[in-house]
Design a protein around this ligand. Sequence first.
Ligand code: SF4
Ligand code: SF4
Length: 385
Amino acid sequence: MKSPFHVMIIPTLGCPSKCHYCWSSDEGSPRMSIETVQAIAEWLKDYQSNQVTITFHGGEPLLAGAEFYRQTLPILSGELAHLTPTFALQSNLWLLTPELAQVLAEYRIPIGSSIDGPEEITDTQRGEGYFKKTMRGYEIARANGLEVRFICTFTNRSVREKEAIFNFFLERGFPLKLHPALPSLRSKDPKEWALEPEEYGELLVYLLDRYLENLGRIEVMNINDLCKCIFTRHGTVCTYVDCMGTTLAIGPDGSIYPCYRFVGMPEYVMGNVRDRPTAEDLARSEAWKLMHAFKDYVDRECAGCSHIKYCRGGCPYNAIAPTDGEVRGVDPHCVAYKRIFDEITTRLNDEMFGSADMEMGGFGFPPRKGAKPGIMAILRTMATR
Ligand code: SF4
Ligand code: SF4
């Protein structure tokens, strides 16, 4: 079976926002030229033959401007027609204008944006005025028929407000996708905002319970993904698969990296699109070898873990970036992953083997009258959506 291929294009690492816990923006970052876009298309055309998803990421990708997308989207969709490209964009939406929205709408580009809950919490973490600017962009996106979903970053401070944050998403009818704040490698105090793995694990269990209480009224994307991983015994998002080779990122100057998280870190450059490297060429780079060293490490160190098949040691960036590229451990969020994987597995087993007040059975079985919704209910809801 062919694996989907994901390419992230980073038109710039610049960003007009100054979120306190940001680890990736860079004010001096250059902007990608149309010649580089052309070189990306020329390179990808022969690089691989699987269907490709292209995500514009940053920094803030809308800094590239309407004209960049007006030229880039036809180049990529035309030159890569045989790879049936689909597009996505991750943006804080501050710079979205009706003109830009129309360009994106022509290609039906779904947008991932970021708000951290109610205005006060969002602005405390992301800077004064962030919430209003993002919601203004959201309204423009919706008025032009664009689909927008929000990622909510939980920090060690906002996690204390988890109830207010969950209720905010519930009341607004927004699906909730959470992201734990990572230690910022550019900060003097990298852990100032970072969510500790234990807290992250407890947060996931909390969200599982709140999700079950409100099933049908909200979607918690992370819980959906985790349940799907366990049920299919296979990772369904990049954190829980061996991402090397199926995901690549291209920086503003055409440099190729294993993922957007490494963009701007020269030691992780694997090649440049202008040289049209083959997969074999990229595999000779130190970054590729390092990612594979991580995979081998996971095979050894996680061998005794019952979740290895659908966890795969978590995210390699989280594991190797803080140790200056040395493979010394798995993703530090392992504690959180184990906590939630154990919780879902135990509950699913209870349901399958019929504990007193839980619904039991599989797909095709109607839920028992009066039974509390459980993991099977989440899976059933996903299957019927
Ligand atoms: S390095 Fe981490 S964030 Fe990047 S593709 Fe791999 S798992 Fe995903
Ligand atoms: S939960 Fe931890 S030990 Fe288990 S596979 Fe994931 S990273 Fe490895």
